[in-house]
Design a protein around this ligand. Structure first.
Ligand SMILES: Cc1cc2nc3c(=O)[nH]c(=O)nc-3n(C[C@H](O)[C@H](O)[C@H](O)COP(=O)(O)OP(=O)(O)OC[C@H]3O[C@@H](n4cnc5c(N)ncnc54)[C@H](O)[C@@H]3O)c2cc1C
Length: 408
């Protein structure tokens, strides 16, 4: 019988295996990974560079129905502890702003370091090993895997991840049914950090154009959330860092509103347009925005105000200039949905954290633990989801050591 069986050789599962062995090399640890290799999703993170954590880790960066417990877990294994752990397995950090990456800027090197450490610590890593069911008895757990293989263990950790990225990256949601079979509550799951589908007549025309702007999510007139950065126009709607960041607030019926020139107030913008009419009076509306905003965007704004593109700028009325100024500050797109789990980076919702102890042991079934994205915790874009994977792995490692010691 193994001391610990970790289901899922992803960010969280591999880290947990290393942390357990670092704390007590005598503990026997098996990692069961359904895919042909471990850490497949981790190796795709941060566009292949792995945004491993963030220098600024605050409670507000994590979204859950149980914020105090999530915050406690993250505070106990914070940035410094994360950095020290990765340094202990050979990964040094570098930051770009507050975002932190491995010094190599290669996500695959983080997977390699975790793999090498697991090898060094004699972690029994089984790939192509899909867990189908977890049974419990008075001795512990018997876990049924593909090919009628049974693994027995004193503790089992569900580190199967969420649903973001699709089944190619191992995200098929098995962990939810494992936990549900023990009576755990699973909150509804939705994709987050995902592109947003909007009314697309204009976004289609602007496909490929990128602009730096302020983005608001509005519910009727109320602003629900706000961010800024580079927005990308796509045939289905909008993408780019601020859109991904705000996607959790985007539901059908809300509006994504772009402020194309946030450095000007509406009043200042009106004055600017009146001045441009004077200095550019001899050009057509086609060229009205030359030197101010992206040409194609300018033309689309003009068209969206029902102003012809081939008239002379000097013929623009005050009312038309008011409308153009307003549109530049409120370039609005009705939200229709998102592009789904397959394109998402994280899962909102999952197993209710309330039903787990501070070390993430099930309050229903002692010896059963859960960690990582399978739990109802998701982070903002910027390294927070991986930080949750590292911190929750550390909480479980502490819990397992205590649990196994109690049994002695
Ligand atoms: C494209 C992309 C880019 C991302 N970039 C970043 C980033 O830069 N920074 C950041 O903080 N976050 C990023 N994330 C999010 C981050 O990758 C996840 O939050 C994190 O990997 C979750 O860790 P985990 O261990 O819980 O799950 P995973 O890393 O998904 O690992 C779960 C593992 O369990 C295995 N598994 C599932 N079911 C079974 C089963 N039945 N039997 C055996 N094995 C099973 C899976 O195959 C998988 O290998 C990104 C996500 C995606 C999709």
């Amino acid at each position: 019988m193994q001391d610990v069986l970790i289901i899922g050789g992803g960010a969280c599962g591999l880290t947990l295996a290393c942390l357990l062995k670092q704390q007590n090399s005598k503990i026997s640890v098996t990692v069961a990974e359904q895919l042909e290799r471990v850490g497949k999703k981790l190796s795709t993170t941060g566009n292949g560079r792995c945004n491993i954590t963030n220098l600024e880790i605050k409670q507000k960066n994590f979204h859950t129905r149980c914020p105090d417990k999530a915050h406690r877990v993250v505070s106990l294994f914070d940035y410094e502890k994360t950095k020290a752990f990765f340094s202990s397995i050979g990964v040094e950090f570098i930051n770009e702003g507050s975002k932190v990456y491995p010094r190599s800027l290669q996500a695959s090197s983080v997977v390699d370091a975790l793999r090498f450490a697991c090898g060094k610590f004699n972690v029994n890593t089984l790939t192509d090993c899909k867990v189908l069911k977890i049974n419990s008895n008075s001795q512990g757990f018997t876990v049924l895997c593909d090919g009628d293989q049974n693994i027995t263990a004193k503790c089992v950790v569900v580190a199967t991840g969420g649903m973001a990225g699709g089944s190619k990256l191992g995200s098929n949601g098995d962990g939810y049914s494992f936990l549900k079979s023990f009576g755990h509550k699973i909150f509804e799951r939705t994709p987050v950090i995902v592109q947003v589908k909007t009314e697309n007549t204009l976004t289609k025309q602007l496909k490929g154009v990128k602009i730096n702007c302020l983005v608001r999510v509005k519910n009727k007139v109320e602003t629900v959330a706000i961010d800024n950065g580079e927005v990308l126009f796509c045939d289905y709607g909008l993408s780019g860092p601020p859109v991904l960041q705000l996607s959790r607030y985007c539901r059908a019926g809300t509006t994504l509103s772009l402020d194309i020139l946030p450095e000007y107030s509406l009043k200042e913008l009106k004055a600017l347009l009146i001045n441009r009419k004077t200095i550019m009076g001899n050009v057509s509306t086609n060229e009205f925005f030359a030197g101010l905003i992206h040409k194609k965007l300018g033309q689309t704004v003009i068209k969206s105000c029902d102003i012809p593109l081939n008239i002379n700028v000097k013929s623009l009325t005050e009312k038309q200039l008011d409308l153009v100024a307003y549109r530049l500050k409120n370039f609005d797109f009705k939200v229709e949905g998102h592009t789904g789990f397959i394109n998402a980076q994280a899962t909102s919702g999952g197993a209710d954290l309330e039903q787990f102890s501070n070390t993430l042991m099930s309050k229903i079934k002692p010896g059963l633990f859960a960690a990582g994205e399978v739990l109802d915790v998701d982070g903002d874009c910027g390294g927070y989801n991986l930080q949750w994977a590292w911190s929750s792995a550390a909480a479980v490692a502490d819990g397992i050591i205590k649990y196994l010691n109690q049994g002695k």
